[in-house]
Design a protein around this ligand. Structure first.
Ligand SMILES: [Zn+2]
Length: 264
């Protein structure tokens, strides 16, 4: 069964309302990925181990996600005993979103269905869901498209448009140029490997009016020099950049611009 087939049977309106009310976008991304996984629930048995999804077929895109960094919020038996610092509880938005998703799948497919079982003890447990959310949280990009002529409405991605646009305002990686609107969130494997600088060497853009990302050097780059992108609007004052990077990404920025603007 395809993702769309799963979505057609599982009524996600409660999940969407929750995310709209709280301006939360990450649970929507995680829900979409989880539904993709559920679409394979009737296929080959998939195994999840050590933070990675392995198995056959549909899981390949989720396996790729496992390569990405995640915020350290996972908890529960699936992650106990793994190395690393103490883990905090996942955000309430994520756990409540999972409960909505579980209820929708139970109502749409029936308790005891392969899909419901996959959520109770299979590949789409609460722990797996927050694991997905933790990766999306750190790695999502805002897709910025030119505003359509004669209208400010953004093209919605899968019906998420309005909620995403509001929530993402001023809070995303990628360009912040005028005249564009945020059309949604997406994850890109290779661009997710770039580190941040408030004075980046590479610009992120979506020049084609689609979600196809273009990475373009802003200046000459020396051989062997690390390529960087900006996770936020670099025109913000230093204190705001520092706060956003610490809260959103968990690091203190020591890029050349931040060092230059340091007040001491
Ligand atoms: Zn910086």
């Amino acid at each position: 069964m395809t993702f769309l087939g799963v979505q057609a049977r599982a009524d996600l309106s409660a999940l969407h309302r929750l995310c709209e009310q709280r301006g939360a976008t990450v649970p929507l991304l995680a829900a979409r990925a989880a539904l993709t996984q559920l679409g394979a629930a009737t296929g080959p048995v998939l195994k999840r181990g050590e933070g990675a999804w392995s198995g056959a077929g549909i899981s390949s895109s989720l396996s790729l996600l496992s390569l990405l960094c995640k915020v350290n919020t996972s908890q529960g038996p699936e992650t106990e005993g793994l190395r690393g610092p103490p883990r905090s509880a996942p955000p309430r938005n994520w756990t409540e979103a999972y409960e909505h998703l579980r209820a929708a799948v139970g109502a749409g497919f029936g308790e005891g269905s392969p899909q419901a079982r996959a959520m109770d003890g299979g590949t789409v447990t609460a722990g797996a869901f927050t694991d997905l959310a933790a990766r999306f949280h750190l790695n999502r990009f805002s897709v910025e498209l030119p505003r359509p002529l004669g209208g400010a409405a953004a093209a919605g991605a899968g019906g998420f448009g309005a909620a995403l646009e509001e929530a993402l305002a001023g809070n995303v990686a990628g360009g912040t140029g005028g005249g564009s609107s945020r059309a949604g969130s997406a994850v890109y494997l290779v661009p997710s490997l770039f580190n941040h600088s408030c004075e980046p060497s590479v610009d992120v853009a979506f020049p084609g009016g689609t979600a196809a990302m273009e990475l373009r050097a802003r200046r000459d780059v020396a051989a062997g020099e690390e390529l960087t992108i900006s996770y936020l609007d670099s025109a913000l004052p230093r204190a705001q950049r520092q706060e956003h990077l610490l809260k959103g990404y968990g690091f203190e920025c020591r890029c050349p611009l931040c060092e230059e603007q340091r007040e001491d």
